[in-house]
Design a protein around this ligand. Structure first.
Ligand code: GLN
Length: 204
């Protein structure tokens, strides 16, 4: 059975664990490097990316997570997790894994829109949708969310807001969402991540 780790240094990790367990997946909290061993994938949750970065350095997690990501293991970052995976954050220096070819702007939606919800179109989710879910927009919850401002050639954009801002993307085994699927009852993004894991393990 697949075991998925959720980086549990800070932030919204419990909700990811609950969602994965509801899907019958073995989900475990990760705080120390040895807890990354024997995982099929890793989720880096939302929270505060500077805090997550500092704690990851303190606990010696930066290099092992980078190795995991560059070795092809599926890694999914939501919100602060997206920021931590990116190569560059506009305007400030902070610890980053830098494994995903993205530039991001933190807190990109300004004060009045610190938190908002939007129905977004994510065609890639059709691959994991039940017939009644197919084509249905995803209810995306944004909380002091980042925006992807530039994506490299190897990055596929999975969803944009109506104004064109990129809010979900994939680069091979790496997935990012600027919003919080774990705060909704719609499990399609978690199933999409499980499908990425299954595809990586399938023998051709
Ligand atoms: N604003 C946070 C940051 O910049 C991210 C917010 C979130 O993860 N919900 O790290």
């Amino acid at each position: 059975m697949d075991r998925i780790g959720i980086l549990a240094l800070q932030g919204a990790f419990i909700e990811h664990i609950k969602t994965l367990r509801s899907l019958g997946v073995d989900a475990v909290e990760v705080r120390l490097p040895h807890e990354l061993e024997n995982l099929s994938g890793l989720i880096i949750p939302g929270g505060e990316s500077t805090t997550v970065g500092k704690l990851a350095i303190t606990y010696g997690l930066v290099e092992p997570i980078k190795e995991m990501a560059s070795g092809g293991k599926p890694v999914w970052g939501t919100c602060a997790g997206l920021i931590f995976l990116a190569r560059r954050v506009q305007g400030i220096e902070q610890p980053l894994l830098g494994v995903m070819d993205l530039a991001v702007a933190r807190n990109a939606f300004g004060r009045q829109l610190e938190s908002f919800e939007a129905e977004i179109s994510v065609p890639a989710l059709d691959a994991v949708s039940q017939p009644d879910e197919r084509g249905r927009p995803f209810h995306a919850i944004f909380i002091r969310a980042p925006l992807i401002t530039a994506a490299g050639d190897g990055v596929s954009v999975l969803s944009r807001l109506d104004n064109g801002g990129i809010v979900a993307a994939r680069q091979g085994n790496l997935l990012v969402t600027a919003f919080h699927p774990e705060l909704t009852s719609d499990t399609r993004f978690h199933r999409y991540f499980l499908a990425m894991i299954a595809q990586g393990q399938a023998t051709p």
